[in-house]
Design a protein around this ligand. Sequence first.
Ligand SMILES: Cc1cc2nc3c(=O)[nH]c(=O)nc-3n(C[C@H](O)[C@H](O)[C@H](O)COP(=O)(O)O)c2cc1C
Length: 193
Amino acid sequence: MTAERRPRLEIIVASTRPGRAGRVIADWFIEQAEQHSGFDIHVTDLAELNLPLLDEPEHPALRRYTKQHTRDWSATVDAADAIVFVMPEYNHSFTAPLKNALDFLSQEWRDKPAAFVSYGGISAGTRAVYALRPVVSALGMMPINAQVAVPIRTHITADKQFRSDDALDAAAKAVLDNLARLAPAFTALRAVK
Ligand SMILES: Cc1cc2nc3c(=O)[nH]c(=O)nc-3n(C[C@H](O)[C@H](O)[C@H](O)COP(=O)(O)O)c2cc1C
């Protein structure tokens, strides 16, 4: 009997600026995902990925990529079975680097469940999530309802550390449980041509 492959969870860190809160929030979520043990985890930090603004001549749906950075990014997203966006709210929306990273690819996103770990001021990044939902739907992902929403005022300390609590840990678990349940079904769906 062959052991079942664990779904691969791609965690995308969507803020890139120096001094960002995004990395410590992402590190907490990565720890939650490791403890959950339902996934093989891969992390893409858009600050490290450092994609240029979209520089491919053809529509990404054609997959006729001309740049190595696009081919590498394509391989990373292709390998994912579920996606989590760790994302701040900027001007009531999501970040420009995230939109650029999404636009680079097309089919690679399709038929994959997606979830959001948002953060921000009083809205805890929820307006950014509601701006992003139609974009991930347009790319064929399935955004789930479970969400982590972090108000940074109460969870990021003056020295930029992240403090979780029971409610956030429970929200992270709900996200991971939902994705673990859905990922195998979407893997089967992608096998149907
Ligand atoms: C350009 C910019 C725009 C922002 N706009 C909003 C906003 O519309 N709503 C909000 O709640 N917070 C807003 N903030 C505050 C951010 O949520 C907060 O600074 C957060 O730490 C940003 O994530 P980062 O530190 O990972 O970049 C904004 C911050 C920046 C830098």
